[in-house]
Design a protein around this ligand. Structure first.
Ligand code: PLP
Length: 457
């Protein structure tokens, strides 16, 4: 073990400090002040270099899109230009309680964004209240319900969700008190229109769809699906978390969707997976606008930084260049798919948009998708999304960031082929991976359900 692999608590020496400050002139806070804790907290006592090394070393144990290729499908490290971080940092000084008259620029950004997102999506207006994709889904479903209720149509208590949907879709529907009806995918990975037809009726509030769906495939029957669902009195909800492949090319509004959300913290310049803040604005077609309550911005100017970054992204790319995001995303994903399909099972072979799914190795030799994902870490690549969508048992869902160079994609392809080779010649090497990371195979369930977040000595 290297010296600085030790926990900061193990470096602690009683009485050591990382700072030297003059005594407080008025004696500081009296020890009997209200709310004073009885005992001092047990913080590590270390020198300044130890503190700096602690945080620097921790930061280097992390993997991010700034340290390496990160082909995580569905949730995705999309192109988030650094210039947008720069722009937003100029506005860090805005105080949440600043008088409205002094932050009119913020109001202008919101109204610009309302128009920009309407133009990009074909919706009429947006609310910026929701702070995440799932939050937007719930908001959108509540709007759907209000719309039906306002017409005295109280029987619409069911929502149709495809079996390929992101897990948040049925979860949001359930939180909204709607009953979930699943519609199957056909052999091409698209919503099966014949399976959908018998589900439609006077009890259907609507359908939630993702397009391109979570297999990265464009739902080409969307016009027919829209007219079927509208025909039974239901509405169409669009999950626009991964809107990048369609930007500037196709609009959900034109496909027939009535309500939708966008993940600004995916497609629009804020990195996803950064732990927040996020933004999941909800857009609606004209007939739903009356149900958009005021205010349309959450408290204290909302998650303004995320909105401003999205605004800078859209305005700087412009109507023509914004199309490049989707084209490059599709090009990169199809290139990887075609280059690896002789080693990895490709259940759906059609041209994909921004992502696609393999179903494990063709000659697996006992090596699972989890093993492949772990072995990738040894080669310095982040693992793709695995075991999602649930349609395939060994799902490996790959989505390259749209701005990756050909050389980076080739390097990833080479490593994926090498792992396939290793699975044949030395399967144990892959099954016991990773070999080069600080930890290997934690019990992921226990780590999520019973995390140990305190140092116990
Ligand atoms: C990420 C994602 C969501 C959920 O968004 P959050 O902001 O994480 O709540 C919903 N649907 C799809 C398709 C997604 O990729």
């Amino acid at each position: 073990m290297k010296y600085y692999d030790r926990l900061i608590f193990e470096l602690s020496k009683k009485g050591r400090t990382a700072f030297s400050l003059p005594e407080c002139e008025d004696g500081g806070i009296p020890s009997d002040a209200p709310f004073m804790r009885a005992d001092a907290p047990e913080l590590p006592e270390v020198s300044e270099p130890d503190v700096v090394r602690h945080y620097t070393n921790l930061s280097q144990m992390n993997f991010g899109v700034d340290t390496g290729f990160y082909p995580l499908g569905s949730c995705t490290m999309k192109y988030n230009p650094k210039i947008d971080e720069e722009i937003v940092s100029a506005f860090n000084g805005i105080h949440p309680l600043q008088p409205a008259a002094t932050v009119q620029g913020v109001a202008e950004v919101y109204s610009t964004m309302d128009r920009a997102l309407a133009a990009v999506t074909g919706m009429k207006h947006f609310t910026f209240l929701p702070c995440a994709g799932a939050h937007g889904e719930l908001t959108g479903l509540m709007l759907m319900r209000e719309y039906h209720f306002s017409r005295g149509d109280m029987a619409r208590t069911k929502v149709i969700v495809p079996d390929s949907a992101h897990g948040t879709n049925p979860a949001s529907a359930s939180v909204c008190g709607l009953e979930i009806i699943q519609v199957k995918s056909n052999a091409d990975g698209l919503v099966d229109v014949e399976d959908l037809k018998p589900l439609l009726g006077p009890d259907i509030a609507g359908i939630m769809m993702t397009n391109p769906n979570t297999l990265g495939l464009f739902e080409k029957d969307i016009k027919e699906i829209a007219s079927l669902v509208h025909g039974c009195g239901g509405l169409l909800y669009y999950d626009g978390a991964n809107m990048n492949p369609l930007l500037g090319i196709v609009r959900p509004g034109d496909m027939g969707f009535d309500i939708m959300h966008l993940n600004l913290h995916k497609t629009f310049a804020t990195p996803h997976g950064g732990g927040g803040p996020g933004s999941g604005p909800v857009g609606v077609a004209e007939r739903i606008v009356p149900f958009l309550d005021l205010p349309r911005v959450s408290g204290f100017h909302g998650n303004f930084g995320v909105i401003l970054k999205a605004c800078a992204y859209i305005l700087s790319l412009g109507k023509e260049n914004v199309k490049m995001a989707g084209k490059l995303a599709a090009l990169g994903a199809n290139y990887i798919k075609e280059s690896l399909k002789d080693c990895y099972k490709l259940p759906i072979a059609s041209v994909c948009k921004h992502e696609f799914v393999f179903d494990g190795l063709i000659r697996d030799n006992g090596v699972t998708t989890l093993d492949v994902a772990k072995r990738l870490l040894d080669y310095g690549f982040h693992a793709p999304t695995i075991y999602f969508p649930l349609l395939f048992h060994q799902a490996i869902m790959i989505e390259p960031t749209e701005t990756e160079s050909l050389e980076t994609l080739d390097a990833f392809i080479e490593v994926m082929r090498k792992i396939a080779q290793e699975a044949e010649t030395d399967p144990e090497l892959v099954r016991s991976a990773p070999h080069n990371t600080p930890i290997g195979r934690p019990d992921e369930t226990a780590a999520a359900r019973q995390p140990v977040l305190r140092y116990i000595h």
